[in-house]
Design a protein around this ligand. Structure first.
Ligand SMILES: O=C(O)c1ccccc1N[C@@H]1O[C@H](COP(=O)(O)O)[C@@H](O)[C@H]1O
Length: 209
């Protein structure tokens, strides 16, 4: 099965045009504190213009479960990506609130094998392995030690993230064998906006099956 591709940090109409051209499997909208943050209203307007083959995912950091569920419903999110300290109790509560069929993804910031083992015991649909930076929850553009994943792969279905670029993506896939990849800063230009040429380079490296 071809690797699933998520492009995260979509916030402009131009980004939507790029996604509609290249058709990644998923588009990420950040609702947490970030330079890429969008409001629910902005995301909903963008999602209406998104090709229906591209599934919208909302990124949240320690938001109240009621707010996550409300945003998922309002925007028509297919999945919510929890990128903070959300624990099992939080996730069980969120499941009771989310619209039926909304998947829960949980980000894990990997420093050592134990982080993966612990994350594997969480009842979620997908794990997302990202890099660890103190006091920063995500979108750091930093990669982590991929050998930890190669040597201790999660039992759960997993995506990898953190500092992925069109140049290192093939090595990341060959090393970690993920179900999917999630990339944000690696397809942005110096102005912090999504860059069509970098997205094209990503899809030249990772063809969609
Ligand atoms: O993108 C953000 O600004 C962000 C903010 C808070 C939590 C998560 C965020 N994005 C996620 O971070 C990873 C890695 O991004 P990058 O490729 O290293 O820039 C990715 O999973 C994004 O979905």
């Amino acid at each position: 099965m071809p690797v699933q591709v998520k492009i995260c940090g979509i916030r402009r109409e131009a980004d939507i045009h790029f996604l509609n051209e290249f058709l990644p499997h998923y588009a990420g909208f950040v609702f947490a504190e970030s330079k890429r943050r969008v409001t629910a209203r902005e995301a909903a307007e963008l999602i209406q213009k998104l090709d229906s083959r591209v599934k919208p995912v909302g990124v949240f950091v320690n938001a109240p479960p009621e707010e996550v569920a409300q945003t998922a419903d309002f925007c028509g999110l297919l999945a919510v990506q929890l990128h903070g300290d959300e624990d099992g109790t939080y996730i069980r509560r969120l499941r009771t609130l989310l619209p039926a069929g909304t998947a829960i993804w949980k980000a894990v910031r990997v420093r050592e094998e134990g982080d993966i083992v612990q994350a594997d015991s969480t009842d979620v649909d997908i794990l997302l392995l990202d890099s660890y930076t103190e006091k920063v929850y995500g979108g750091t553009g930093k990669s982590f030690n991929w050998n930890i994943v190669a040597e201790h792969p999660p039992k759960n279905t997993f995506f990898v993230a953190g500092g992925l670029t069109p140049l290192n993506i093939i090595e990341a896939i060959r090393t970690m064998h993920p179900f999917g990849i999630d990339i944000s800063g690696g397809v942005e230009g110096p102005d912090g906006c999504k860059d069509r040429n970098k997205i094209a380079a990503l899809f030249a490296a990772v063809p969609l099956g």
